[in-house]
Design a protein around this ligand. Structure first.
Ligand code: NAI
Ligand code: MG
Length: 480
């Protein structure tokens, strides 16, 4: 018997109240969409409907942008910065107080393990509000001149992989810098954004400062193309990022884009192997691999390949896949049928191109969307699974002989979001990091996040940075 088998430990869902239907959050109130249309949001681990969400039309987007403009001109831009900061502190504290409610709701709507929503997503979301609350009245020290100014109204579009955390990454700096917001969550994961709207009410945030409009890609496009938007902030696919860049070209609109990645996780032969194996697992299986900075390409030095593979397989056999509400679960459900189809399609391409697939024995639940933790060996740089973002629990393993070769292979991608380096030698870390073209580089760890640390990519991974002082400048027009 496996000594690490645990009895089920289900988190109760009684703390959350999910309404049958949600309107749009415009000008401080929940309102029915002018479109009259709603769409379902489901629990991806059961495929059961959780609620109905409003589908915002162009007319609804227009109302939200107008509310944000009025709030900007009449209230938010006139308020002393220290007062603005108080609202951010208040939101941060309420998020902490209601963190279990948020974690359970996120897990129900997204499919991620409760352990991750409880220990990562929600605490980090609160941390982003705390961090930015402190900046609100100190912007003249942020490196953007003595009197930096907000853009005005920002349109923000977020993805489904870290719904509440991405909301915090977008909203906290926008509010701290004095902008007002229209935010569109992803169509499969709107519920925590709608609960956040209730928190805005609870915090007494002036009407119209935050507006949440739910909907699909067309809703996002209507927001991007609305003439009343001064800046766009987007996290999602490189494909949509390019569409947005094209549609705002030649306009006054500023943009930050956080797009895809295909990060190299480099294991040198002098690395502490057991720690590196933990880092590999965390790098690719955290959040079902639905992570833009996931360590999805393992580059392992040839001489230690066998040892790393053996230990990795042993470790993967202990990964628990299943009910996301079970506190023991490591890998939850894939967020949607569409994403599962994409992971299956790319994995099949890996088989067809001659790579070798391996997964541990794994009980896949009958309902819901699931994919077992998977590795591919014998991967070459030309394989699709080495080039394209799979955005699932699938690791492509390549080897290298010299540090120079590791760096060349790591940089051989159109992306440049993140990378990992595992070695006992500090000098090797510095040499490698200076040669990697990636926005975030972890040494002897992976997937660590902090609101004070800027996050963003090179090349097709996007424009601009989020977090830290760099992230503030993305929401400010610099002055002298
Ligand atoms: P997506 O880029 O289509 O969706 C992200 C957000 O953009 C959603 O809120 C969506 O409604 C919105 N959107 C879609 N089309 C739009 C448009 N034309 N204008 C404005 N907003 C638009 O990503 P999707 O389809 O959910 O996932 C496809 C692939 O993208 C994934 O398989 C993954 O590889 C990648 N992806 C990367 C993310 C990242 O964090 N880098 C996050 C989500 C997806
Ligand atoms: Mg959903």
């Amino acid at each position: 018997m496996n000594p690490f088998e645990y009895a089920p430990a289900l988190e109760s869902t009684s703390i959350v109240t999910i309404k049958d239907r949600y309107g749009l959050f415009i000008n401080g109130k929940f309102v029915a969409p002018k479109s009259g249309k709603y769409f379902p949001t489901i629990n991806p681990s059961t495929e059961k409907k959780l609620s109905e969400i409003a589908l915002a039309s162009t007319e609804d987007v227009d109302l939200a942008v107008k509310a944000a403009r009025v709030a900007y001109v009449k209230v938010w831009s006139k308020m002393p910065a220290a007062e603005r900061g108080k609202y951010l502190f208040r939101i941060a504290r309420i998020l902490q107080e209601r963190s279990r409610e948020f974690a359970v709701l996120e897990t129900l709507d997204n499919g991620k393990p409760i352990r991750e929503s409880r220990d990562t997503d929600i605490p980090l979301a609160a941390a982003h509000f705390f961090y930015h609350a402190g900046w609100a009245d100190k912007l003249q020290y942020s490196g953007n001149g003595s009197g930096p100014k907000p853009y005005g109204v920002v349109g923000q579009i977020i993805p489904w992989n870290f719904p509440m955390l991405m909301l915090a990454w977008k909203i906290a700096p926008a509010l701290a810098t004095g902008n007002t917001v229209v935010l569109k969550p992803a169509e499969t994961t709107s519920l925590t954004a709608l609960l956040f709207a209730e928190i805005c009410q609870q915090a007494g945030l002036p009407n119209g400062v935050i507006n949440i409009i739910t909907g699909e890609g067309a809703t996002g496009a209507a927001l991007v193309n609305h003439p009343g938007i001064d800046k766009v902030a987007f996290t999602g696919s490189t494909e949509v990022g390019k569409l947005i860049a094209t549609s705002i070209a030649g306009s006054k609109k500023a943009a930050t884009l956080e797009l895809g990645g295909k990060a190299a996780n480099i294991i040198y032969d002098d690395a502490a192997i057991d720690e590196a194996v933990e880092g590999i697992v965390n790098g690719i299986f955290f959040n079902q691999g639905h992570v833009c900075c996931a360590g999805s390409r393992l580059l392992v030095q040839e001489s230690i390949q066998d040892e790393v593979l053996t230990k990795l397989k042993e470790r993967m056999a202990l990964i628990r896949l299943g009910n996301p509400l079970d506190k023991n679960t490591d890998i939850g459900a894939i967020n949607s049928a569409a994403q599962l189809a994409k992971i299956k399609e790319l994995s099949a391409a890996g088989d067809a191109e001659g790579a070798e697939r391996w997964s541990p024995a794994c009980n896949i639940p009958a309902d819901g969307y699931w994919f077992p933790p998977t590795i591919f060996t014998g991967v070459s740089q030309t394989h699709r699974i080495a080039r394209e973002e799979i955005f699932g629990p699938v690791l492509s393993i390549l080897t290298f002989r010299t540090p120079q070769e590791a760096v060349e292979k790591a940089n051989n991608t159109p992306y440049g979001l993140s990378a990992g380096i595992w070695t006992e030698k500090g000098s090797k870390i510095l040499w490698t990091a200076s040669k990697l073209r990636a926005g975030v580089i972890w040494a002897n760890t992976f997937n660590k996040f902090d609101p004070a640390s800027p996050f963003g990519g090179y090349k097709e991974s996007g424009w601009g940075r989020e977090g830290g002082k760099h992230g503030l400048s993305a929401y400010l027009k610099a002055s002298n």
